[in-house]
Write a protein that binds this ligand. Structure first.
Ligand code: DPP
Ligand code: ZN
Length: 854
């Protein structure tokens, strides 16, 4: 198995100007006829097309049928030996969507035909140069039984529709914008359709169409409203307007990822489209708006300007995640959005950097591209874009984006092209900043301060050091924007942006009349770890007084990390908490302020994953026991204010609206603490019974799950029977069952596997059970006897033949075995070896498992 390297890139030997595709849909044998207009770019090379799992029926070159001596066929490609400067190639293949459980290429989601072509799925539909730098204009004809398939959809504009003499519906589509094959899409099925329209800033009318399962129409309106908000936001913020006359979104129940930005025809995991108060949580609503936005924003950053090769994935993903984050921040609580993003970086991304799969946001070596749709490429990629905006300023950044899009419209570009445009508008040398694209790992920032009262001088020092990663031993100093705020006793403050571009640097501030408390890395201005010398009082002061809400939250996180670290190292003796802490927490409970979601975050302890990333060797048991000890202590000490706060918070009927979201969140945090106390069992019942919405219902279930097994069993049984016919809600049930901390979880998971709605072929179901278990149940996943690891290994092996992409995602928590104690190491490694020992594992799994065992 050979990996591809970024440095091996060569421009395509052939280009394709036009593609004419015809699909005769059939579950067992769909006939695909593809007519390609080909132009040679380089002499003396044969025409090599990608193709997998295709049954070739015939090939003709300029109308002449070829015979087997004219071409060569193997498992991954078709090579045609003699091809003129320009020609027309007609290829006929059969494919079997019904048997496509990998959900790449053309497959069936229930009765619906749909496609997923990114990254390399188009080669499972037809022979083609399946690489993002081959852009062509597509015409698509779809034929299917007229009764069963009222809707036959593809990219672009509908050209014609009729019923043929065999009773088949025949629909033709044309997409005027040249695109790479990964943006091709086809959908055939029967749906309920929500329609609307959007008038663009230049006055064009765009027809909006949302296709959902029959009967689900009322659950689609929030997604459609979100789409209109996204379209308007991109015009206002970046002057970017939609370009086709029609924008379609289809929700399907079988999907490997969140959603896909196919030109004019987005395909979504139904989880990120469907919502109503009864079945969706505030978090679901948030995710829908942000993912609808994300896919829409790709129309410019991804589709109009695409990637030259897959190593450049962050060019579109990092940038588009940044754009969707900015959109969400403008639609709701900006502080909360940022806190969410920071949590993700500090858990999954830091963990990835410390794992055998460490890679820069622009990876250099890839065996299976599906393995690089990562939190590093996406979310650290977005952090890199955010730092660029911080360095250049919002306006210059927006100008740079505009220049990049104008310069490369209709092209396949690179990360360097993007940076070049930014550099050109900023007239600023970005060569050191470029290192963020090629260097992996999490820098450690060490910060210190010295105050000289006689001279009224403050000297701040910063040092950076990036530890070696699995993929790179040597690291260089990066350009790191460090935002700070100086807090003075007088309540006055100053804010500054420090640029750190050497290993160590000092910054002198004159005319400072008292020693301030320094808020380092305000708003998480760079994706780094911070080591700063703070006292408890400093941190509590920041939590009270910092201007930036993220900094206030972060101070509490740091406070708890330190207490927990002390508890972890102090053998048996119990670390005390200062009285000032309880006073502050009580104050927040008594006066939760206007941003109650923020207050809820201030009151929440860091989770296991955040804490774990602060240790090279993760002290699993001690972390878990420290978290639960402090949680219990807070519940006991603050019982009264928690209970008054809880009782004072009331909403009207459910609305997804900022103030209510914050209120529900704060109430859920109170409930979670109160559930720790023995006399609060009835509270959980009441909360559950009185809930008129999924957010409150989940709050009751989650609180019970973490504290009262008996109540949890009772409530979850009621929940499961009430929602037994709703797959998306059953996913929540599966996830709750699988993340319960007690050892009955194994039996409970077994029982869920027999639920009528569970299916190994549906990624949402599998993830609901097993990602919840491996990622949100540290107690049982990391059991010292290895039973948790074994369960995951068995699951991964069972899944790999069906869906390698999902199997490879699921295996991730095992890869970091080196970060655990000897006993756990052994058992995790044994689980990995069991996987590696199977004769025919997928490339997806092979790449990850082998990197880990190397
Ligand atoms: N390109 C897709 C997305 O991130 C991945 N499925 O939006
Ligand atoms: Zn994306």
């Amino acid at each position: 198995r050979t990996a591809k390297r970024l440095t091996d890139y060569t421009a395509p030997a052939f280009s394709i100007s036009h593609v004419d595709l015809c699909f005769e849909l059939d579950a067992e044998a769909t006939r695909v006829t593809s007519v390609l207009q080909i132009k040679r770019n380089r002499a003396d090379v044969p025409l090599k097309l990608d193709g997998q799992q295709l049954t070739l029926i015939s090939i003709a070159l300029d109308g002449q049928l070829l015979d087997t001596t004219d071409y060569q066929l193997d498992a991954d490609s078709l090579t045609v030996f003699t091809v003129a400067q320009q020609c027309e190639l007609t290829i006929i293949c059969d494919i079997a969507p019904q048997h496509n459980t990998a959900l790449e290429g053309l497959y069936m989601a229930g009765n619906t035909y749909c496609t997923q072509c990114e990254a390399e799925g188009f080669r499972r539909i037809s022979y083609f140069p399946d690489r993002p730098d081959v852009l062509a204009e597509y015409k698509v004809t779809i034929k299917a039984d007229a009764e069963r398939y009222p809707y036959l959809l593809s990219n672009g504009n509908k050209v014609s529709e009729h019923i043929d003499s065999d009773g088949r519906r025949v629909v033709q589509w044309h997409d005027p914008f040249p695109k790479p094959s990964y943006l091709f899409a086809l959908v055939a099925g029967d749906f309920d359709v929500l329609t609307d329209k959007f008038i663009t800033q230049s006055g064009r009318e765009v027809s909006l169409q949302l296709f959902v399962d029959k009967g689900a129409i009322t659950k689609g309106s929030f997604a459609l409203e979100s789409l209109k908000r996204a379209m308007q936001w991109d015009e206002q913020r970046y002057g970017l307007e939609y370009d086709l006359d029609i924008y379609m979104v289809v929700a399907v129940d079988f999907f490997n990822m969140g959603a896909m930005e196919n030109k004019g025809l987005n395909i979504f995991n139904s989880k990120y489209v469907l919502a109503d108060a009864a079945s969706a949580t505030d978090r679901d609503y948030f995710n829908i708006e942000s993912i609808i936005g994300h896919e829409y924003f790709h129309n410019w950053t991804g589709n109009r300007v695409t990637c030259r090769d897959w190593f450049q994935l962050s060019l579109k993903e990092g940038l588009t995640v940044f754009r969707d984050q900015e959109f969400s921040a403008d639609m709701g609580s900006a502080t909360l959005c940022r806190i969410d993003a920071v949590k993700l970086i500090r858990t999954a991304q830091f963990a990835e950097d410390a794992s055998p799969m460490a890679h820069p946001i622009r990876p250099e070596q890839v065996l299976e591209m599906n393995n690089f749709y990562t939190v590093t490429v996406y979310d650290k990629g977005a952090e890199v874009i955010r730092m660029l905006q911080t360095l250049l300023g919002r306006d210059t950044f927006a100008k740079g984006l505009k220049l990049y899009l104008q310069r490369h419209d209709g092209q396949a570009a690179t990360c360097d092209d993007f940076l070049q445009a930014m550099q050109d508008v900023a007239a600023q040398d970005l060569s050191q900043f470029r290192l963020w694209y090629s260097q992996s790992g999490t820098p450690l920032l060490t910060a210190a301060q010295r105050y000289d009262a006689t001279r009224s001088q403050l000297i701040l020092s910063l040092a950076q050091q990036t530890p070696p990663t699995a993929d790179q031993a040597e690291k260089q100093p990066l350009l790191i924007p460090v935002q700070i705020e100086l807090l003075f006793n007088t309540q006055a403050s100053q804010r500054h942006l420090l640029l750190l571009n050497e290993s160590e640097q000092q910054y002198l501030f004159e005319g400072i009349t008292e020693a301030p408390v320094v808020v380092w890395l305000e708003h998480f201005s760079a994706p780094v770890k911070l080591a700063a010398q703070y006292s408890d009082d400093d941190l509590l002061l920041i939590a009270r007084q910092a201007t930036d809400g993220v900094a206030r939250w972060d101070a509490m996180q740091q406070f708890w990390s330190r207490k927990i670290a002390q508890q972890v190292t102090s053998n048996a003796s119990e670390v005390a908490l200062p009285a000032a802490l309880f006073k502050l927490l009580q104050h927040w409970l008594e006066q939760p302020g206007t941003d109650m979601a923020m207050t809820a975050e201030l009151l929440t302890l860091p989770d296991f994953d955040t804490l774990a990333e602060q240790y090279q060797l993760i002290p699993v048991d001690k972390l878990l026991s420290s978290i639960s000890r402090f949680k219990q202590l807070l519940a006991e000490q603050l019982a009264r204010p928690l209970s008054s706060c809880y009782n004072a918070l009331k909403t009207g009927p459910y609305q997804y609206q900022d103030n209510d979201v914050g209120l529900r969140k704060l109430r859920a945090v109170c409930l979670n603490y109160l559930a720790q106390l023995n006399d609060n069992q009835p509270l959980l019942h009441t909360h559950y019974v009185n809930s008129d919405n999924m957010t409150d219902t989940m709050a009751a279930l989650a609180a019970a799950q973490q504290s009262k097994a008996a109540v949890f069993n009772e409530l979850i049984a009621d929940f499961a029977s009430r929602w037994q016919h709703d797959a998306l809600v059953m996913d929540k049930c599966f996830a709750l069952v699988a993340s319960q901390p007690g050892e009955q979880v194994f039996e409970a998971i077994d029982t869920m596997l027999t639920h009528p709605l569970f299916s190994w072929k549906n990624p949402n179901r599998v993830r609901a059970l097993f990602s919840a278990f491996s990622l949100r149940n540290p107690q049982q996943f990391h059991r010292i006897d290895g039973k948790g690891y074994q369960l995951l290994a068995d699951t991964v092996l069972r899944l790999d033949p069906l869906n390698p992409q999902v199997a490879a995602r699921l295996v991730t928590p095992l890869l970091s075995w080196r970060r655990f104690d000897d006993e756990r190491q052994q058992r995790m490694r044994a689980a990995l070896q069991q996987i590696a020992g199977q004769s025919s594992i997928s490339n997806d799994l092979y790449e990850k498992v082998n990197r880990s065992l190397d």
